[in-house]
Design a binder for this molecule. Structure first.
Ligand code: NAD
Length: 365
């Protein structure tokens, strides 16, 4: 899982998508252009825009570009006008298709609460101010994909003969090893602490998970490893979230915990995410959707997309110093009191999507 510096300019697939996607993407692209690097950025339609132009949410040409590129920067997909289409043609299928086709198995979601936005959280400012944690969710295994699954006749017990729904929780050793490597390597770039979240006291799958994570840890003696049951982790996330650094967990627990962690910060327009494959190639996108309710009004917050671009610089393009420049610029504009409508508070200055982009570009220095 190492990224080698290459001689050719990094190729980035730019997939703006629908709703506010094009507006927020335009600002992220400006920030990337202002870094003074020679990126090759190529744009393609995806989601509803893909369906409108090519009859499919993930057109062949878009998939080809995404496969060829070193990284994918994704806006958001979805619009009410496509809600009546059959499921396979709905915009949201594009993201599922890209995850599958690109083999993206590791979902990285930082939850960062800038001290300037501490008032946006539902938790007390002293509990969350300065929060900086990274949740790593395994994305392609677990009970969400395990087979067999379905509805059948209950074979035994007091409900024998009735219909029952069932799913299969399973994790192969290799699946656990690769996500554990991602977590330990991410921790090496941070505070060097990993909390592996499981339910080893009840589930065989997660006792196995714990054993394998413990084994992989032997290769990362500079990182501290702690195991925690998921119920306790949920409690600690709202009680003392700042005690975590990197949390790694399975698909289902990660689904729930990452949303809870996102809401600790109170502002969905601020949260980036990354989904990585085994070679650190990744798809980077804001955690929010296409926000059709505010599309075209010039008020969407572009910072989650700009911070997603920063993650891309760090994890896929091997430019950690540029990632830090972008993140520092975002901090600076918040310190200057600039706010899009979603994070506006009295005493701060309300700015448009484009003005926020301008400010970040200026703050790059
Ligand atoms: P949403 O995240 O789009 O919006 C939820 C609320 O947050 C809305 O009030 C919206 O205005 C606000 N919001 C979201 N992003 C914002 C930003 N950057 N700045 C300011 N405000 C912002 O979720 P939703 O309304 O449930 O879904 C809308 C569409 O997005 C649906 O079609 C859904 O399927 C799709 N969606 C796509 C993705 C994705 O592309 N990965 C993820 C989630 C939802």
């Amino acid at each position: 899982m190492t990224t080698h510096p290459s001689t050719h300019p990094s190729k980035i697939a730019i997939l703006p998508g629908d709703g506010i996607g094009p507006e927020i993407m335009a600002q992220a692209v400006r920030v990337l252009e202002a870094l003074g690097e020679s990126f090759e950025m190529e744009r393609a339609d995806v989601g509803g825009a893909g369906y409108a132009a090519h009859g499919h949410p993930l057109p062949e040409s878009t998939l080809k570009l995404a496969k060829e590129a070193d990284a994918v920067l994704f806006g958001a997909v979805g619009d009410y006008q496509y809600d009546t289409l059959e499921r396979a043609l709905r915009p949201e299928q594009a993201i599922l298709g890209l995850r599958k086709e690109l083999g993206l198995f590791a979902n990285l979601r930082p939850a960062i609460l800038y001290p300037e936005l501490a008032g946006a959280s539902t938790l007390k400012p002293e509990v969350v101010s300065g929060l900086d944690i990274l949740i790593i969710r395994e994305l392609t295994g677990d009970i969400y994909f395990g087979k067999p699954r379905g509805v059948r006749e209950c074979p035994d017990g007091p409900f024998k003969g009735q219909r029952e729904g069932f799913d299969t929780m399973r994790y192969a050793e290799g699946e656990i090893r690769r996500i554990a490597h991602v977590a330990f390597q991410a921790a090496q770039k941070r505070d060097k602490r990993v909390t592996s979240v499981d339910k080893a006291n009840v589930l065989e799958t997660f006792q196995f998970w714990r054993d394998i994570v413990t084994d992989v840890h032997k290769e990362y003696q500079d990182v501290e490893l702690e195991h925690m049951y998921v119920d306790n982790a949920a409690m600690q996330l709202v009680r003392a979230p700042k005690k975590f650094d990197v949390i790694v967990t399975g698909n289902m627990f990660g689904d729930i915990l990452s949303d809870a962690a996102a809401m600790l910060t109170g502002s969905i327009g601020m949260l980036p995410s990354a989904s990585l494959d085994a070679n650190n190639k990744g798809l980077y996108e804001p955690s929010h959707g296409s926000a059709p309710d505010i599309a075209g009004k010039g008020i969407a917050n572009p910072l989650a997309t700009i911070l997603s671009a920063a993650m891309m610089l760090r994890f896929s393009l091997n430019k950690p110093e540029q990632a830090e420049r972008v993140e520092a610029a975002v901090k600076r504009v918040l310190q200057q009191g600039l706010r899009t409508a979603d994070i506006f508070e009295d005493g701060t200055q309300r700015v448009s999507t484009e003005q926020m982009g301008d400010a970040v570009v200026r703050a790059l220095g």
